[in-house]
Design a protein around this ligand. Sequence first.
Ligand code: AMP
Length: 195
Amino acid sequence: MKLVFLGPPGAGKGTQAAVVSKEYRIPHLSTGDMLRSEVAAGSQLGASIADDMQSGKLIGDETISSVVAHRIALPDAAAGFLLDGYPRTVGQADFLESLLGSAKLDLAIELVVDPTILIERIQRRAATALAAGGAVRADDNIESLRKRLSIYQTQTAPLTEHYQRKGLLFRLNGDAPVSDLSHEIIRRLALLRAW
Ligand code: AMP
């Protein structure tokens, strides 16, 4: 099963992706996590993207698409995968399609959440991490967050229509309780499997 999760920062993509990944035993591929590991490891790639990531900008389509192409070529993704945070532009979606060829995407799951709720959620996420003595993501500050939300509206939101036209879109209200959302997603995926 090949899935992508769409939704603005803080919509809960990571949480739902983890549930689906466990249920279907497919790797949860978060491009944000992959890039943060590069930055933490101090690799050449990490050094070249750290500033853009911190300020909430997208990194270039070519760079991220090559990271994704390498990752989904690994054996654990042969039977399927779940992409969280990719594609984020129509160019990336086109690249993914050409990469997959006949092994088409099965579904694009979009979590729709009101922006004011997102700002509260991300601020809570940062406060909880700090209270637990953990680290706060470099881009979990109000300035970067506003930039990430505005980039989402202009560059990523058009993917809704892109996947709708292809008959691949499954939209959910991301304000619903986490477990209700998981149930709805799993139910929809079961239908897909039954085909
Ligand atoms: P995320 O954890 O998905 O919110 O991603 C964190 C940051 O990583 C984003 O704000 C971007 O700077 C970068 N990033 C992650 N995925 C992509 C992508 N598909 N295209 C461009 N930049 C990305």
